[in-house]
Design a protein around this ligand. Structure first.
Ligand code: ADP
Ligand code: ADP
Length: 216
């Protein structure tokens, strides 16, 4: 299964990606996570990406695509993958299509996580990430008062780009650059929308029901 998750920042892509990828036994490939790992590791890629991420802008396509090409070339991605956060504009989508075609592959399905703006802002404002295992929490919805990860005991932090000003800009970037992907994949006939409101487990259930008809 070759799957892409799209939706605005805060829609729950990362949260759902963990469960969907584990249900389907495919690797979850999150470009945001790979960039953040490079920032923490102080690599050249991380230094470059950080200037864009801090502003809430997209990292240039050339850099992002090279990184995704490398990751998709790894052994574990040959029989399927779940992309979270890539593609993020039509140019990336076109290059992804051509890259997969060269390898005799194609996307099976693009799942759009649908939530309204108010909910997105609420989710982003309370998002916390574990510095150790990367798990995603929410201060209010998961009742996290103690800044400790229930899964591994690591310390939780708030992403710099989840502060209010940057969030506003990221939502604009989504509208302008990423949302055209919805029409692009609808035209290709592989887009399915999933209602991403309500409890996490219910959203996962809806997503799995949407995926089932596309499984080989
Ligand atoms: P969110 O989970 O809020 O949607 P991500 O973790 O996916 O955010 O991305 C964080 C940041 O990493 C983005 O704002 C952007 O700067 C960069 N980034 C992630 N994926 C891409 C991509 N496909 N193209 C360009 N930049 C990206
Ligand atoms: P994205 O990757 O799309 O930016 P995340 O998966 O990081 O989104 O989720 C953003 C925030 O919303 C996180 O704090 C997460 O715990 C929370 N969240 C995700 N799904 C739900 C849900 N169904 N109900 C309530 N909160 C959610």
């Amino acid at each position: 299964m070759r799957l892409v998750l799209v939706g605005p920042p805060g829609a729950g892509k990362g949260t759902q990606a963990q469960y969907i990828a584990s249900n389907l036994s495919i690797p979850k490939i999150s470009t945001g996570d790979i960039f953040r790992a490079n920032v923490s590791g102080g690599t050249d890629l991380g230094k470059l990406a950080k200037t864009y991420m801090d502003r809430g802008d997209l990292v240039p396509d050339k850099v992002t695509i090279a990184m995704v090409r490398d990751r998709l070339s790894e052994d574990d991605a040959q029989d399927g993958f779940l992309l979270d956060g890539f593609p993020r504009n039509v140019a990336q989508a076109e290059i992804l299509r051509d890259m997969l075609k060269d390898w005799g592959q194609a996307l099976d399905l693009v799942l759009e996580l649908v939530v309204d703006d108010d909910e997105v802002v609420r989710r982003l404002a309370g998002r916390r990430t574990c510095s150790q295992c990367g798990r995603i929490w929410h201060v209010e919805f998961d009742d996290k008062q103690d800044d400790r990860c229930d899964a591994c005991g690591g310390t939780l932090f708030q992403r710099d780009d989840d502060k209010e000003d940057t969030v506003r800009h990221r939502l604009e970037v989504y509208q302008e650059q990423t949302s055209p992907l919805i029409a692009y994949y609808a035209d290709e006939g592989i887009l399915v929308g999933v209602d991403a409101t309500g409890p996490v487990e219910e959203v996962t259930q809806r997503a799995m029901e949407a995926i089932r008809p596309f499984m080989g």
